[in-house]
Ligand binder design. Structure first.
Ligand code: THU
Length: 128
């Protein structure tokens, strides 16, 4: 079975990023074992741009329904390094494992690093 990061890297090749040139791919695995990918989809009206992580979440929810939980996430940008942006962290938090235990892997200084979502987004917003 392909590594989650390999899936993310392959997905990034399909990104639609004519404005920034940042081709981002995301792959996630759900608690049910489903695997889904997403890419960033930019728009001439820049603010409408959709990040790869949120794109992957939409794919997963569309396939598994509202009860899905995200177990693991991998994200990569071809030629650049960054962790998920704040908006994506919040969207991942909506479907994270209990306590924010979802594992998020990304590249930093040329190495893969893993953080839990709770580490990336402590005290995430939620409707009490
Ligand atoms: N981008 C993502 O896909 N994920 C992130 O977490 C941060 C940024 C995309 C959005 C835009 O198309 C490009 O990267 C540059 O910001």
């Amino acid at each position: 079975m392909a590594d989650l990061m390999d899936l993310a890297r392959a997905a990034a090749e399909k990104a639609y990023a004519p404005y920034s040139g940042f081709r981002v791919g995301c792959a996630l695995e759900t608690a049910a074992g489903g695997r889904f990918t997403g890419v960033n989809v930019e728009n001439a009206s820049y603010g409408l741009t959709l990040c790869a992580e949120r794109s992957a979440v939409c794919q997963a929810v569309s396939a598994e329904g509202p009860g899905l939980r995200i177990a693991r996430v991998a994200v990569i940008c071809l030629g650049h390094e960054f962790p998920p942006c704040g908006a994506c962290r919040q969207m991942l938090a909506e479907f994270a494992l209990t306590g924010g235990a979802t594992e998020v892997t990304f590249l930093k200084d040329g190495r893969l690093v893993m953080r839990t979502l709770a580490e990336l987004l402590p005290e995430a917003f939620q409707l009490a």
